[in-house]
Design a protein. Structure first.
Length: 144
């Protein structure tokens, strides 16, 4: 793997942390503002991984494909394991927070666009309590 993968992973982790913080605090516009940066960081990480994989193939064209040999070798992501685990956890949490924000936004839209139920108006009397529905004039009529 390439040493340039680490800064790419760190950049994506920082963006995910900032986005998760914004989503946890319901700062949707701040989270949306991070979307282009997150997409760019994801593309950069993908590019760095592809370059590293190509470089590995170029350096070792005759590497054995035998399972016994590969089982004894150190996993290729070993130096990046902590960053990878952190990025995975943040990505999972990000998905949960995004789903929660989408659900909340849908509910707000439903509330704003739905018509109120057709019920009898609530009449408030001059004493600040409900007054029976009658022909007398109520102090305040709520249509909510």
């Amino acid at each position: 793997m390439s040493a340039s993968i680490i800064p790419a992973m760190q950049r994506l982790i920082a963006i995910l942390e900032a986005e998760n913080s914004a989503l946890e605090e319901a700062r949707i516009p701040d989270a949306l503002a991070l979307l282009p940066d997150k997409q760019s960081a994801s593309r950069m990480l993908e590019h760095e991984v592809a370059v590293a994989n190509d470089r590995k193939k170029d350096l070792c064209p005759c590497c054995p494909d035998d399972e016994e040999d590969t089982a004894q070798q150190e996993p290729p992501a070993f130096p990046y394991r902590d960053l990878l685990e952190q990025m995975t956890e943040l990505g999972n949490r990000n998905g949960e927070l995004l789903q929660r924000a989408i659900t909340a936004q849908k509910r707000v839209i439903e509330l704003l666009t739905s018509t109120p139920a057709a019920t009898l108006p609530h009449n408030y009397g001059n004493q600040g309590t409900y007054a029976p529905v009658s022909e007398r004039q109520a102090l305040f009529t709520s249509r909510a």
